[in-house]
Design a protein around this ligand. Structure first.
Ligand code: MAN
Length: 166
């Protein structure tokens, strides 16, 4: 039996194939939107202002960049991708601390990671950056997002608890 195709069959295959790739694309968009909906932008969504923003600073020979909710780097070396907020001693979310993990692995060591500590300030700026442990970086970032009343309340509740320091 010879193999042949009809114009109708070819057209049906084209339609099916384009519908399938459209499905794949839509599924991708849906999961991106679902992830977006699950993202915790902090009290009152205050940190949404930092989405799509990158903050950098030079320290020593390096330029450090932190893009909240996205990624962090040291020059072209990855310091990881956004992996969530910090956790307070009582297990609750710490909206003062943002984690980036799973960066480029350190020679003979762990994957690089960055912990950003936010502080209230009039503009988004990286105030300090350090490598307290090899390939584990820490940055202080000021932002008006950290000045929200709700966040202040969260932090002052923490203060009234006693031993926490700002
Ligand atoms: C690079 C940088 C440093 C790091 C070393 C580890 O030089 O990422 O920050 O300490 O690699 O080998």
């Amino acid at each position: 039996m010879g193999s042949y195709t009809t114009p109708e069959g070819d057209e049906a295959r084209r339609v099916l194939s384009s519908a399938t790739s459209e499905d794949t694309r839509t599924a991708g968009e849906v999961s991106a939107l679902e992830a977006e909906g699950r993202t915790d932008y902090g009290p009152d969504g205050a940190f949404y202002a930092l989405k799509g923003v990158c903050i950098d600073a030079h320290a020593g020979p390096y330029k450090y960049t932190a893009c909240p909710f996205d990624r962090a780097s040291q020059d072209s070396t990855s310091l990881g991708t956004f992996s969530g907020w910090g956790t307070k001693a009582d297990g609750s979310t710490d909206h003062g601390v943002m984690k980036f993990t799973g960066g480029a692995s350190c020679w003979n060591g762990p994957a690089r990671s960055l912990t950003v500590t936010f502080e209230c300030g009039t503009e988004a700026a990286m105030r300090a950056v350090d490598e307290p442990e090899k390939c584990s970086y820490a940055a202080r970032v000021s932002t008006p997002a950290a000045c929200s009343a709700l966040l202040a309340k969260e932090l002052s509740l923490e203060l009234s608890g006693g031993h926490e320091e700002l």
